[in-house]
Design a binder for this molecule. Structure first.
Ligand code: LLP
Length: 410
């Protein structure tokens, strides 16, 4: 995970060429990560749906499309963007929660398959679109994930239909002749214990019976594949995971009497490691015992440390061999919590140094904002050593004009 000298020099070159703050994405790594799943999970009918909420960068979406990727989407905006980029509607699953009727009409018109996670929405959907196909999201009743905010199943989660509600579901689907072609579960994000994933898979498969759902074409086991955020943390053996998952699914399909498709929906695993946020230190100051390295980015660009207490590895690209000192690495927002790392040991930092925040590819830009009226960084995508600007940072003029455009008063 450490950057080697050549990568470091290249990153510094990007910082000069495009300015900072800057998001750099390694396209080759993204494609490698996407394809890895097909090697890990040896199942002939496998579909990997990229969870585009992790990063909707157009360069990344185009690159994945060129590699025949499928998509998991969660809003009409995501569906529309995917369609505008040329994804086929058959290759998109729509897994939104707490949707309005308007949203339902809008997305149904676009022709993508709905993954519905509540009884009342299922009923409303079935009433208006009898005879149509749906996927159903169940709560697999397992709690897992790297933080309580990213555990998406179990007792306190808002997601999915309870497994105990199968009979109610059957009543609705029979009444309106709705065809359940898929079943879905998503346990959480950054799941460290693969046993938890198998537990969820087993729970979902226990209701995926012919007598409950005779029209199944696929089972979708969601995302949540853990990425190494800390250099010292262990790597999960996804080859072993894949073998066991395929074995389990094969046994299930034998029982079900049909070879179904198996879906997974990774987001983090595909893009997290491929992203780096470059930022410049502009202010060094002391607060009693602490040394604060103030940068030209902030939690509006990368909120994970503040929101999830997430660790993001940081390197001082300008002085990699400097004497190790302890810093609070802070942003430029007018908030105390605007800190990327507290009491972090880093090679000596001077004003003007470029820092690299690692694992910035997933849920970083996509969760960004213009809080404090500071623009989002530019984003570049690097493929086979060639760097390309994908989105540009708004100038302050463009930023303020974009806000004034929304103004409807007077
Ligand atoms: N499928 C569904 C239905 C999901 O809700 C999610 C993520 C995924 C797939 C992809 O999960 P992944 O493979 O990326 O873990 N912002 C948080 C993560 C939120 C994940 C929400 N759902 C973070 O930065 O850790």
């Amino acid at each position: 995970m450490e950057i080697n000298t050549q990568e470091r020099m290249t990153m510094l070159k990007y910082a000069v060429k495009y300015g900072t703050p800057l998001y750099v994405y390694d396209g080759d790594l993204i494609v490698r990560r996407y394809k890895e799943f097909y090697n890990y999970i040896n199942w002939p009918k496998l579909k990997i749906l990229y969870a585009m909420k992790a990063n909707y960068n157009i360069g990344i979406l185009n690159l994945l499309k060129a590699n025949n990727a499928y998509l998991d989407t969660v809003s009409p905006g995501e569906v529309q963007l995917a369609l505008k980029l040329g994804y086929n509607r058959e290759d998109i699953l729509y897994t939104a929660n707490n949707i309005t009727d308007e949203e339902m009409f809008e997305v149904k018109k676009l022709g993508v398959l709905f993954n519905i996670g509540s009884i009342t929405r299922l009923e409303k959907f079935a009433k208006i679109y009898p005879g149509s196909e749906v996927c159903l999201r169940f709560n697999p009743d397992v709690m897992a994930g790297e933080n309580k905010h990213v555990m998406t199943a179990g007792d306190v989660s808002k997601f999915g239909i309870l497994m105990s509600e199968v009979e109610e579901v059957k009543e609705i689907i029979n009444k309106y002749n709705v065809k359940v072609v898929g079943l879905h579960e998503h346990t959480g994000s950054g799941i460290g214990e693969t046993e938890k994933v198998f537990e969820s898979m087993n729970n979902l498969l226990s209701i995926a019976k012919k007598e409950n759902f005779p029209d199944l074409k696929f089972i979708d086991f969601g995302g949540g594949f853990k990425v190494q955020y800390r250099p010292e943390s262990s790597k999960i053996d996804y080859e072993t995971f894949g073998k066991k998952a395929a074995r389990m699914f094969s046994e299930f399909c034998n029982e079900y009497g049909k070879e179904l498709y198996m879906y997974f929906e990774p987001g983090k695993y595909i893009v997290a490691e491929a992203g780096t946020l470059l930022m410049e230190v502009n202010t060094l100051k002391r607060n009693k015992e602490r040394v604060i390295a103030g940068t030209n980015s902030g939690f509006n660009h990368l909120i994970r440390p503040l929101l999830y207490n997430a660790y993001h590895h940081i390197e001082n690209l300008s002085n990699p061999d400097g004497e190790k000192k302890v810093y609070d690495v802070a942003g430029n927002l007018c908030e105390t919590g605007d800190v990327f790392a507290e009491q972090r040991e880093l090679p000596e930092i001077k004003e003007g140094d470029i820092l690299a925040v690692k694992n910035g590819g997933a849920y970083c830009y996509s969760m960004g904002s213009i809080y404090n009226l500071r623009s989002m960084p530019s984003e570049i995508l690097v493929e086979k050593g060639v760097d390309k600007l994908v989105t540009k940072r708004m100038s302050n003029d463009e930023l303020t004009d974009s806000i004034l455009k929304l103004y409807v008063g007077d």
